[in-house]
Design a protein around this ligand. Structure first.
Ligand code: AMP
Length: 185
């Protein structure tokens, strides 16, 4: 499946200094949501370009009920995955997150021998500008206020799948496959 991360699309638009990037940057730096019209316009434009035969995973979208409502007018969603994790563990994981500028892989600081070098490709690792503690805490507030209502929204539609994510990656991945009814890998 093709992964479509709205956050990645915004970060790439910011790097390229496109009008979309310029419109989104202030919100992202503050840990606020980019306005619905901007996000929906971007996803609407992007989806028809998806050619992966297995379909796609929307990562970080929708994040408001308005986005979910409008998404349902141009796409059919089979399942919604909610990764459950306590806020204090989220703060720790995001503070420790490092991203490779070359291959895009995500690493966790305690697993790295060198905090600046990607163990996969040797590329330079960076910390996202919004992964500082103050912005993370604000993003969580925004999440509880604007995104969490989507759990009930998709529960009512019977397509939510919840994954207890308080475990290392292989275990969380096994739980994810399980809730999606996929065979063990
Ligand atoms: P992420 O990479 O998913 O953590 O997203 C990083 C930032 O991009 C978020 O904090 C928002 O500012 C913005 N963003 C990404 N996806 C959305 C969305 N669906 N709705 C509004 N803002 C978004």
């Amino acid at each position: 499946m093709q992964q479509i991360s709205t956050g990645d699309l915004f970060r790439s638009a910011i790097r390229d200094k496109t009008p979309l990037g310029l419109a989104a940057q202030g919100y992202i730096d503050q840990g606020e949501l980019v306005p619905d019209d901007v996000v929906i316009g971007m996803v609407r434009e992007y989806l028809p370009r998806v050619t992966a035969p297995g379909g796609y995973i929307l990562d970080g979208f929708p994040r408001t009920v308005e986005q979910a409502e409008r998404l349902s007018s141009f796409a059919t969603i089979d399942a919604v995955i909610c990764f459950d994790l306590a806020d204090q563990v989220i703060v720790k994981r995001l503070s420790e997150r490092r991203v490779c500028t070359q291959c895009g892989r995500i690493h966790s600081l305690p697993d790295l021998k060198d905090a600046n070098v990607c163990p996969h490709c040797g590329g330079k690792l960076i910390q996202r500008a919004d992964d500082n503690e103050a912005t993370i805490l604000h993003r969580l507030e925004v999440y509880h206020e604007q995104t969490e209502p989507l759990i009930a929204y998709y529960q009512r539609r019977g397509i939510i799948r919840r994954v207890n994510s308080d475990a290392p990656i292989p275990e969380t991945y096994a739980r994810l496959r399980n809730v999606l009814g996929l065979a063990e890998s």
